[in-house]
Design a protein around this ligand. Structure first.
Ligand SMILES: NC(=O)c1ccc[n+]([C@@H]2O[C@H](COP(=O)([O-])OP(=O)(O)OC[C@H]3O[C@@H](n4cnc5c(N)ncnc54)[C@H](O)[C@@H]3O)[C@@H](O)[C@H]2O)c1
Length: 269
């Protein structure tokens, strides 16, 4: 049995009942693996989902997949490096899921400074601007949910991921600060922190990791990605979306300023 084949199988019905009828939810990176699962989960809960991504074709596919769900899904093509547009796009949202991200695996001395800048812009500065854009409406109504898709790399470093680790650690700080400021206004802010999720971002990383670590691609999954995980499989995007749904629900109203770690035991070491 390979490490990745140990998953118990497709998930059944969503574990937590969540009613987001009448709520607007913005999900960034909605055309990708985790963002797509979050957008569909929140639409299934009845939300009007504003699905943001720079990938127009991916958003169209997502809109097709969302047909028939309790809520609605509105594709919004946007490159989050346009920070002013990002802040504007967040106006009027009740639930904000900061999820868009990108990765480059390269030693620091070879890491292109322009890519470092882009990673920090999309994964830290854009979330700040989106939160900034969303807060006036959330504060006005005394309710809001901010969920930041961080990573184990928001809590632990790995070699060759300087920009990603720096951005995720920064996102953790931004999320905690938003929690402190938002609490008197009924706004919670939390991170979810998955280990490696079965998405294109991870699949594209296998070749890069193989080069950086000097081992064949087929050994990267077991020897690099799953090395520190006690549960030897990738986590599915739908499992991450379920954690996001929990943080948006009424049972999580006291949960704020924290990080919900979904790492198969990685950080238990
Ligand atoms: N895949 C994993 O193993 C894993 C683990 C932990 C955390 N995460 C985090 O989850 C989030 C989603 O990752 P994923 O694995 O679904 O990745 P993905 O590559 O499948 O999706 C990322 C999405 O972000 C979008 N995006 C990137 N740059 C953008 C920009 N400038 N403007 C607008 N959209 C942009 C992409 O088009 C893509 O649709 C990221 O923040 C990532 O760091 C992923």
């Amino acid at each position: 049995m390979t490490a990745s084949s140990a998953h118990p199988g497709p998930l059944g019905a969503p574990a937590s009942l969540l009613d987001l009828g009448g709520r607007t939810a913005l999900v960034t990176g909605a055309a990708g693996g985790i963002g797509r699962a979050c957008a569909l989960r929140l639409a299934a809960a009845g939300a009007k989902v504003r699905a943001v991504d720079r990938d127009a074709a991916g958003l169209e596919t997502l809109a097709d997949q969302a047909r028939g769900l309790a809520g609605t899904l509105e594709p919004h093509v946007l490159d989050l490096t346009d920070l002013d547009a990002a802040e504007l796009a967040a106006a009027g949202t009740d639930v904000l899921v900061n999820n868009a991200g990108l990765q480059l695996v390269r030693p620091i001395e070879e890491f292109p400074p322009d890519v470092f800048h882009t990673v920090l812009t999309v994964m830290l500065e854009a979330p700040f601007r989106l939160i900034r854009g969303a807060l006036p409406h959330m504060y006005g109504q005394g309710w809001g949910r901010i969920v930041n898709v961080s990573s184990v790399h928001g809590l632990r470093a790995s070699a060759y991921k300087s920009a990603y680790v720096a951005a995720k650690h920064g996102l953790e700080g931004l999320s905690k600060t938003a929690a402190l400021e938002g609490a008197p206004h009924g706004v919670t802010s939390n991170c979810v922190n998955p280990a490696y999720v079965r998405t294109p971002l991870v699949e594209q990383q296998l070749a890069d990791q193989s080069r950086a670590h000097g081992i064949p691609e087929e050994r990267v999954l077991a020897e690099v990605l799953l090395q520190d995980s006690a549960v030897k499989r990738l986590i599915e995007p739908e499992e991450v979306a379920e954690a996001v749904a929990y943080l948006c629900g009424p049972q999580a109203s006291f949960v704020t300023g924290t990080s919900l770690v979904l790492d198969g035991g990685w950080t238990a070491h």
